[in-house]
Design a protein around this ligand. Structure first.
Ligand code: PLP
Length: 393
């Protein structure tokens, strides 16, 4: 830190330059991210809530009420407006909180996860002292429920299903997992961090969408992140529980709060108001109709990309996308080489062991996808010539 403070306008100009570059890179080249460009109005709403600390709800009563409304809306989307929940920093924290509740409620120490689950479950298991049992996937990239059934023991704290896997957007057979959870009396958590704000709208658009939410009796909790397909600024994750009983075992009272002591079931104490005011505003401004339209547009871009990939001999789809996530590989190249070439061409896609992942987000355009397709085709051919100048992304 400098001894003397600098002129504010100079510092802000420098800051603007740095951020502008990041935003450009994210908006035009980073098709490997599950985050979205927040809708402009959500940035205004975020700033309006920026002083708020919803961890002290006796002081920040208005924002605390808005959080309840947001949770009611998310619960409504997921077939349970009476769900209990909180806005957290993202899917990772949401999954940790869910497993925390499952462990304390059951007093057991193993969790069965699909091989496709997000890394956050490994973090959660590490933090909570849980043993992970990894269930393999079937040919359609969804979890093998028979394997899960065979793996349940007297020490199973929870089983996990994913509704929109990180790698491919696949949806596990949550209905079967729910039946299994009820039969064996184990906790079922559904990670719909990405899919939770896609699947309900896909269904309304006429797509065939399997049941995955609280409609299924065995589902105890669901992760759903507004900062992914909800168009909200980061950090806005969500964790919803079927009923209050489930969170009793992780509820701690903070006695010293200015607004009066309250019980909460969050990891963090101080919690930002901005994400809540932003998500609340978005839900009011967009309504279901607005979100449905956004999902429809993302699916049109997905279809455009899928068709382009299917028409090219050098490219191969991993599976037909269920949502706006596409897995692609080059038939005659390793994923590593394919990825290296795409990066040289200036694209920031996600690397997975079997493929590259492309996430079609609301801020992407048809022109951008056509450009991406052209480069995917170029990169996938043997004759690919490395551009002389490495693009500065
Ligand atoms: C299915 C799923 N769950 C959880 C997460 C973690 O979310 P976050 O990065 O917001 O912590 C992700 C992130 O991509 C995800 O795809």
């Amino acid at each position: 830190m400098n001894e003397k403070g600098e002129r504010p306008s100079k510092v802000l100009e420098e800051l603007a330059r740095i951020i502008e570059e990041d935003v450009k890179r994210f908006s035009f080249r980073a098709l490997g991210s599950m985050c979205c460009r927040p809708l402009p109005i959500s940035k205004i709403a975020y700033l309006m809530g920026i002083e708020g600390n919803v961890g002290d709800p006796g002081v920040w009563r208005g924002i605390a009420r808005l959080e309840k409304e947001v949770i009611r809306c998310l619960g409504g989307l997921l077939s349970n407006p009476k769900a209990v929940g909180v806005i957290v920093s993202g899917g990772t924290e949401a999954n940790i909180v869910a497993l925390w509740a499952a462990r304390n409620k059951s007093k057991k120490r193993e969790v069965i996860v699909p091989a496709s689950c997000h890394i956050s479950f490994y973090k959660a298991a590490d933090l909570l002292g849980l043993k992970i049992v990894r269930a393999p996937l079937k040919g359609d990239f969804t979890v093998d429920v028979d394997y899960v059934r065979r793996s349940i023991t007297r020490n199973t704290a929870a089983i996990i299903g994913v509704a929109g896997t990180t790698a491919l957007g696949a949806v596990d057979p949550i209905e079967e997992l729910s039946e299994l959870a009820l039969e064996k009396d184990v906790y079922l958590h559904v990670d719909a961090a990405f899919g939770g704000m896609v699947l309900p709208f896909l269904r309304e658009l006429g797509y065939k969408v399997p049941e995955f939410d609280f409609k299924l009796e065995g589902v105890c909790s669901i992760t759903v992140d507004p900062h992914k397909m909800g168009l909200a600024p980061i950090p806005a994750g969500g964790i919803l529980f079927r009923e209050h009983d489930i969170v009793e075992s992780i509820a701690f009272r903070t006695p010293y709060l200015a607004g009066g002591g309250v019980k909460s079931f969050t990891i963090t104490g101080t919690r930002p108001g901005g994400p809540i005011t932003a998500v609340w505003t978005l839900m009011r401004v967009l309504g279901k109709e607005g979100y449905r339209e956004i999902v429809r547009e993302c699916m049109e871009l997905t279809e455009l990309l899928v068709e382009g990939i299917e028409q090219d001999d050098h490219l191969e789809l991993l599976m037909r996308p269920v949502m706006n996530i596409v897995g692609v590989k080059a038939r005659r190249l390793s994923v590593r080489e394919f990825s290296k070439r795409m990066r040289r061409l200036g694209w920031l896609l996600s690397d997975f062991p079997t493929h590259l992942r492309i996430v079609l987000m609301p801020h992407h355009t048809e022109d951008l996808i056509n450009e991406l397709l052209r480069d995917l085709k170029v990169a996938a051919t043997k004759e690919f010539v490395k551009p002389r100048v490495t693009l500065n992304v």
